[in-house]
Design a protein around this ligand. Structure first.
Ligand SMILES: NC(=O)c1ccc[n+]([C@@H]2O[C@H](COP(=O)([O-])OP(=O)(O)OC[C@H]3O[C@@H](n4cnc5c(N)ncnc54)[C@H](O)[C@@H]3O)[C@@H](O)[C@H]2O)c1
Ligand SMILES: O=C(O)[C@H](O)CO
Length: 349
């Protein structure tokens, strides 16, 4: 009987997705609660055909250099800032991520942060819980979203989903990207240079990937260009923000409030100074964390791996240049397939 391909999983993933994977391949999974040591993973990869990557893990040429059979790496995430894509491409290894399936879920979280922060829901709810309903200070009344301007930095698939929600709340949506989109008329959105966006926006929402270019994009100068009354939201990646500059901007009133789904570092240690900042709402990187969406992301990752270990095209591949191609079907085989499917070829004469 033909040996099943071997897939290494370097951490904990959904049990239902592992069960699905095991229907197609052999699986060797790190099930400790600790992060799998890199050198141990490299040993496991010597015999592996595929890797299901679980963060934190730096995926690069060094990780795969002694993995002669490795045909695919995939991760249940759309962001891949932990992956040296060019080094995997050089090694001929396609990398699968999970774009699309999480757009609405992440956009819902981002807009929930915007709406919660704009009306100071957390603070007001805590006053009620603490029996201080009547003693609420006047400075936590928040502001209306309608007739305000949302500035999205990184107007991609998720940014567009966020803009739809903002428009439904009566907001004007402007954005900054590497390039202006061609569908602004459809989404009723306006491209702006970054400085203009910062000067114009009542809410600034970061939805960009972490790259060399976006690293610490949100620094002291960035926050100084924002309105003092503005709300800053980050759902992209933590290191896009210089955390010390954000803390200073919040404490000095350079900006009014911040709502973060991502931070630098992650997880935030219990004694981190950002946790002492009153006008900052933080949730623990939950953008895609609904059961259905995590299921969809996990199954898509499993499908990418199952395809890759059999040298079939990944459904969602970042480095398409090394993705496996569908076999060219010759005419004879195509006709044979049609006959098998019961198609009467005479109909085509
Ligand atoms: N918080 C979460 O749970 C969560 C969930 C999903 C995605 N993300 C992050 O969001 C990112 C975007 O996801 P997506 O599916 O919308 O990706 P996408 O590729 O569809 O969109 C990314 C957008 O960012 C823009 N961009 C890139 N570099 C930029 C720069 N220097 N300045 C301005 N814009 C820039 C691109 O032009 C593009 O429009 C991911 O890479 C990931 O890091 C976070
Ligand atoms: O990039 C993503 O998909 C999210 O941040 C989850 O990791």
């Amino acid at each position: 009987m033909e040996k099943k391909p071997l897939v290494v999983v370097n951490g904990l993933v959904r049990k239902d997705a592992i069960a699905y994977l095991k229907e197609h391949v052999d699986v060797r999974q790190w099930t400790e609660k600790t992060v799998m040591p890199r050198e141990t993973l490299k040993e496991w990869l010597v015999d592996a055909d595929g890797l299901w990557c679980v963060r934190p893990l730096d995926v690069d040429g060094d990780l795969v250099k002694n993995a002669p059979n490795l045909k695919v790496i995939a991760q249940a995430a759309v962001g891949y800032d932990n992956v040296k894509i060019d080094e995997l491409t050089a090694a001929g290894i396609p990398y699968g991520n999970t774009p699309g399936v999480l757009n609405e879920t992440v956009a819902e979280l981002a807009f929930t942060l915007i709406a919660t922060a704009s009306r100071r829901i957390l603070e007001n709810a805590n006053f009620v819980k603490e029996g201080r309903w009547a003693q609420r200070p006047s400075n936590i009344k928040g502001f209306d979203l309608s007739r305000r301007t949302l500035g999205i930095i990184g107007m991609g698939a998720i940014g567009v989903s966020i803009s739809r929600r903002a428009r439904a709340f009566g907001m004007t949506v402007v954005y900054h990207n590497r390039n202006q989109r061609i569908d602004d008329k459809i989404h009723k959105t306006t491209y702006m240079e970054l400085d203009d966006l910062l000067a114009t926006s009542d809410v600034v929402c970061v939805m960009a990937p972490l790259t060399d270019e976006t690293y610490h994009m949100c620094d002291e100068a960035f926050f100084k260009k924002m309105k003092n009354t503005a709300l800053f939201v980050n759902v992209g990646r933590g290191p896009i923000v210089d955390t010390d500059a954000l803390i200073s901007a919040l404490k000095t009133g350079e900006i009014d409030y911040a709502a973060l789904d991502v931070t630098d570092p992650e997880p935030l240690p219990a004694d981190h100074p950002l946790l002492d900042v009153e006008n900052c709402l933080i949730v623990p990187h939950i953008g895609s964390y609904t059961d259905r969406t995590r299921y969809d992301m996990s199954i898509l990752t499993a499908d990418n791996i199952i395809a890759g270990v059999h040298k079939k095209p990944l459904k969602t591949c970042v480095n398409e240049e090394v993705n496996y191609k569908k076999p060219e079907m010759d005419v004879e085989s195509a006709l044979e397939e049609l006959k098998k499917a019961g198609v009467d070829l005479a109909d085509f004469d």
